[in-house]
Ligand binder design. Structure first.
Ligand SMILES: C[S@@+](CC[C@H](N)C(=O)[O-])C[C@H]1O[C@@H](n2cnc3c(N)ncnc32)[C@H](O)[C@@H]1O
Length: 318
């Protein structure tokens, strides 16, 4: 099959809405070439991406690339994409150059084109995430390496919310813990918990694509003996008891299952929550306190917050 690469030179501000337009037009994934990634300063050494090549990035602005199959409808699809992008100006979104180019690529090029942007990333003291095709050599003997195929489910494991959850798991998980991962996505947090010594991990996601993606990644990381992945809505019908629950979901969704987390966690068990934007931090903290939790630590990265809370109530006795 022939593929067409559609490339849009735009601004950082327009990345999200344009990516959505491309997804709706049938692109299965988008590649973002943002020169900021090359110079991004981080508050710690973690989150560092190895081996990015400056030649792959524009000098200024952002390039968004997506791949569409060449069919007789391609011309119309491209026109619709251009029109939808131009409409963003009515929402005062700065489109920058807004230069759209189309080129044909063959199947082979298409299959590998996006891979050069995914490189091993050091996430925490111990954890490094590496894409499946990279031959990454561990730097130390206690390094935990998680192999992910970023072509599937939620991302590459390097989103700030995922990074904070991984750092919290590394810090707070005790060997032998029973762990529950709510909204497992690619399974990355469950795999980290298993590799860091959890006795067993129950991983849940509402989305069946995430469930199969997590299952593939769990097998890829040889963690199937410790991790069970199931489709489930939050903690509905789940009994526990768990020593640690991790949930990287938007604040409004977290608020819905705080009482269930208190019910399922053992007394003194820990709840690691992330996916919370700054503006929702206090609301989530308040809900946790209302349900018998005490706040142990709050982590912040870019505009995102993670809250680690301890369950003080022994709900089994209530
Ligand atoms: C932000 S992603 C987090 C993925 C992964 N845990 C990570 O940290 O990278 C949130 C995940 O929660 C799942 N999710 C959303 N609502 C859910 C619900 N009601 N019950 C279970 N999973 C849900 C989504 O399908 C998605 O995979």
């Amino acid at each position: 099959m022939k593929w067409s690469e559609i490339s849009i030179h735009t601004t950082q501000e327009a990345v999200e809405p344009i990516s959505n337009i491309l997804h709706e037009a049938g692109a299965s994934g988008v590649v973002i070439e943002d020169p900021e990634d090359l110079i991004k300063e981080r508050t710690s050494v973690f989150g560092e991406i190895y081996q990015l090549d400056p030649n792959d990035y524009p000098e200024e602005g952002v390039l968004i690339k997506a791949y569409l199959p060449v069919t007789s409808f391609l011309g119309e699809t491209v026109d619709e994409v251009k029109e939808a992008i131009n409409n963003l100006m009515t929402y005062d979104i700065d489109l920058g150059h807004n230069h759209v180019t189309i080129s044909e690529v063959n199947e082979e090029e298409w299959a590998t084109a996006w891979k050069k942007y995914y490189k091993p990333v050091k996430i925490s003291e111990k954890i490094t995430i590496t894409p499946t095709w990279e031959d990454y050599q561990p730097v130390s003997s206690d390094e935990v390496i998680i192999e992910l195929d970023p072509g599937m489910a939620f991302g590459t494991g390097t989103h700030p919310t995922t990074v904070m959850c991984l750092q919290a798991i590394e810090k707070y998980l005790n060997p032998g813990d029973e762990v529950i991962d709510v909204g497992t996505g690619s399974g990355v947090l469950s795999i980290a918990a298993a590799h860091l010594g959890a006795k067993h991990v129950q991983a849940f996601d509402l989305d069946e694509v995430a469930v199969s993606s997590a299952n593939i990644n769990v097998k890829l990381n040889k963690a199937a003996e410790k991790i069970t992945v199931k489709q489930n809505n939050l903690l509905n019908g789940i009994e526990g008891p768990a020593d640690l629950i991790v949930g990287n979901l938007l604040a409004d969704i977290i608020l819905r299952f705080v009482p269930d987390a208190a019910r399922v966690l053992k007394q003194d068990g820990l709840f690691i929550t992330s996916g919370i934007i700054q503006g929702k931090k206090n609301e989530v903290k308040e809900e946790l306190k209302q349900n018998g939790f005490t706040i142990v630590e709050v982590l912040e990265m870019e505009d995102w917050v993670a809250i680690i809370a301890r369950n003080l109530s022994d709900s089994k006795e209530v």
